[in-house]
Design a protein around this ligand. Sequence first.
Ligand SMILES: Nc1ncnc2c1ncn2[C@@H]1O[C@H](COP(=O)(O)OP(=O)(O)OP(=O)(O)O)[C@@H](O)[C@H]1O
Length: 411
Amino acid sequence: MGNTESQQKQQPQNGQQTGSSSFKEKSPTKSVKEKRETTPVKTIIEKKEPVIATRNPMFPETTFHKYNVTQDYRISRNVLGVGINGKVVECEQRTSGAKYALKVLRDSVKARREVALHKMASNHPHIVRVLDVYENTYNEVACILVVMEQMKGGELFTRIQDRGQLAFTEREAAKIMYEICSAVNHLHSMNIAHRDIKPENLLYSEPGQSGVLKLTDFGFAKKTDDNETQGLNTACFTPYYCAPEILGTGSYDRSCDCWSIGVVMYILLCGYPPFFSEHGEAMSPGMKSRIKSGKYGFPSPEWDSVSQAAKDLIRKLLRTDPNERYTIKQVMDHKWITHYHEVPATPLATVGMLADQKQQWGEMQEEFDKTLTAMRMDNEQIEIKSLSESNNKLLAKRKQKAQQTMTRVEE
Ligand SMILES: Nc1ncnc2c1ncn2[C@@H]1O[C@H](COP(=O)(O)OP(=O)(O)OP(=O)(O)O)[C@@H](O)[C@H]1O
């Protein structure tokens, strides 16, 4: 299914682009918003292209098929979701009839990085699987198309909300957290930081009991060893000569994931996020400072029956200093995670609270997004600052190169 080798056998014989499309190329001077417009799916029409699969020099592990995606999949009009970076539609594999999800992105360094890192990491039971990647051009507009397993079970919190009277227990929360953490552990062990772990990116494969929870959307994922600062560590210098902040840059991005895990865990256990005001209303302006000062609590009555072990893990994940925050390895060794199946099956207030907060859920998601954006920006600044503060002449050339690389990557 979706096997790369078998698909290459069905490649077209040859050809130039022959189809027409209503897709109009954007001028490079258009605004960022316009550039982010999703590619109209109806423009994906059959065209024959040369039989080549390319490998991106930045991500040689990923094969980008050059022939048209429609050779292998029928594209449906059924839109599964729309995100800021692209549209996700249903598609059907021609050989098997199986249904998949197809994400359409405009070709860019960022899109290629997203797709390559997702593909690289997708061999894990709790990460949405990427089957195939295509680079196709439609009316001179380059697109990247990603075929993924279709997630039919909806978002994590929608599913909990929909339980109605059925109690949601701490043991169930622990199992869910174990699954999320094992996905993040897999990513971090590959030196990939996801940097966008939030409720909307945690989807179930199927409705009902057979559904498996999986992490998706690698739009902000980053290889934490692909910058020069890590190169200094591994290739040219022994650790004794480097400032700790230079050696440790990748860990800031990874620690952002652990903070997000802490927030998701907190919401799972009570139904509202940690950095809201006491009554749960969204509070944009003060939120960042509240997070920075680590001001949150375990209010009564929702938290009264929650175990000490769960609260202990949350405290370790929501530490304000990223250097002190638990790493994913430490999380995986914490008893609330290692013994998740033995966590007390205490009923939680989550379902009722999520229902009460329904009105504010959109605002809460926005706040989560803003906070993650701010954290990613803070982390970039930490990296730049660490390098520019160094006086080591031997580093000067490398510093310059590293800064150029970062600018390129952020383009
Ligand atoms: N594999 C999938 N199966 C089913 N639906 C999916 C799948 N992947 C994404 N979707 C739907 O498409 C929407 C957008 O996808 P995704 O989050 O990957 O896009 P994005 O542009 O990177 O998003 P965002 O704006 O959330 O950052 C999701 O919210 C989800 O509803």
